[in-house]
Design a protein. Structure first.
Length: 96
């Protein structure tokens, strides 16, 4: 993960081995929690069997469960080091 991310984030503040390993750690650990959290909720509600359309695969939403928590975590991690729309004037209330 860190080797591939090096080529994506070349010449940014995120392009250091420690920060890229941190990004990989966030993706792996938070992805596990993102997968376990909806499964726990479905199990408490008695809806664990959602695999009718694709038997043996756990249903369509189980493919994206980990993204529920990973996407915001990576967004904020990357935004902290790289920023989004860096170098552009802020136009929150005035428009473009």
């Amino acid at each position: 993960m860190a080797c591939i991310a090096h080529f994506i984030w070349t010449d940014t503040r995120l392009d250091s081995p420690i920060r890229l390993i941190g990004l990989g750690f966030i993706i792996s650990v938070v992805g596990q929690f993102g997968d376990l959290m909806p499964s726990s909720i479905k199990r408490d509600l008695g809806l664990k069997d959602t695999a009718k359309p694709i038997p043996g695969h756990g249903g369509l939403l189980d493919r994206f469960d980990s993204l529920i928590l990973v996407a915001p975590a990576v967004f904020h991690y990357v935004g902290y080091f790289v920023g989004f729309a860096a170098g552009q004037p802020q136009a929150i209330f005035s428009g473009p």
